[in-house]
Design a protein around this ligand. Structure first.
Ligand code: SF4
Ligand code: SF4
Ligand code: FES
Length: 250
């Protein structure tokens, strides 16, 4: 067995926030530890589940030269962390009207010429809490591969941590969202069933049903909701509800 001391769940460890030391349980995330220490988080805190990207946090240890980054809601405290929070990593976003942009391969370098300064170090990939191959999609951006960047960055939560330690001062997440916007606007195949649903809404197929729901009191609404016909958990691919008044079927 390792000689390293195994921390019990309730052991208190020291962390430093804005220079002040707090003793907090070792099992807590940075976010919960700050609340344990008495802070009320009204900014830089959203979903608490690693999805909204609002809780970007910078930290460092006294015995290391590295500046480290992580999401406060996902990173468990370590003894002697020196912590500072940035409610969203600011970045130098290019100004554009997406409707005026052509989906051609030079769009990334035209708006973000610093792309050419990328040295391929991979720090962005190592910083990403979503395990995205950030260097991979940045390489695709240099090559002008809009689809590749859009798909490669699909899980991005826009936390900005990738930019925090980039030696080339890139704004990877803004380049990625530009790709996803261009892909969605110009390249993604149009969805036939979405078009049908929009047409149905515009033709008033659901107007009466929505009016009925709006007229219900809360208890009736809850009853209707809990008794509604639901798709079976292991239903067949072609399952449709018995009442097809409010769905589009071919
Ligand atoms: S951290 Fe910056 S320079 Fe390094 S690979 Fe990522 S984008 Fe390129
Ligand atoms: S690509 Fe960058 S902004 Fe997106 S989730 Fe990863 S670190 Fe955050
Ligand atoms: S609070 Fe949303 S990602 Fe941390």
């Amino acid at each position: 067995m390792s000689e390293e001391k195994v921390k019990s769940k309730d052991e208190l460890v020291p962390i430093f926030f804005m220079g002040k030391c707090y003793e907090v349980p070792s099992s807590l995330t940075i976010q919960k530890a700050l609340e344990y220490a008495g802070y009320q988080l009204v900014r830089g805190c959203g979903c608490r589940g690693g999805i909204c990207g609002a809780c970007g946090t910078v930290f460092r240890y006294p015995d290391s030269y590295k500046i480290e980054v992580g999401l406060a809601c996902q990173t468990v405290v370590q003894p002697n962390m020196y912590i500072a929070q940035l409610p969203f990593f600011p970045g130098n976003k290019a100004t554009y009207n997406i409707a005026d942009l052509e989906p051609n391969g030079s769009v990334f370098t035209a708006l973000y010429p610093e792309l050419y300064k990328c040295i391929g170090c991979g720090t962005c990939t190592r910083s990403c809490p979503m395990d995205i191959d950030v260097l991979g999609y940045m390489s695709k951006a240099i090559r002008g591969d809009i689809e590749g960047v859009a798909k490669g960055s699909f899980d991005c939560v826009m936390c900005g941590l990738c930019s925090g330690r980039c030696p080339a001062e890139e704004v990877q997440f803004y380049i990625a969202i530009l790709a996803r916007r261009l892909y969605a606007l110009h390249m993604q195949p149009r969805s036939a069933h979405l078009k049908r649903a929009i047409n149905s809404a515009e033709e008033g197929q659901w107007t009466e049903g929505i009016a009925k729901l709006k007229a219900m009191n809360l208890d009736t609404l809850k009853k209707v909701y809990s008794e509604r016909e639901m798709e079976p958990h292991m239903g067949p691919e072609d399952w449709i509800p018995g009442d097809t008044n409010y769905v589009n079927v071919d």
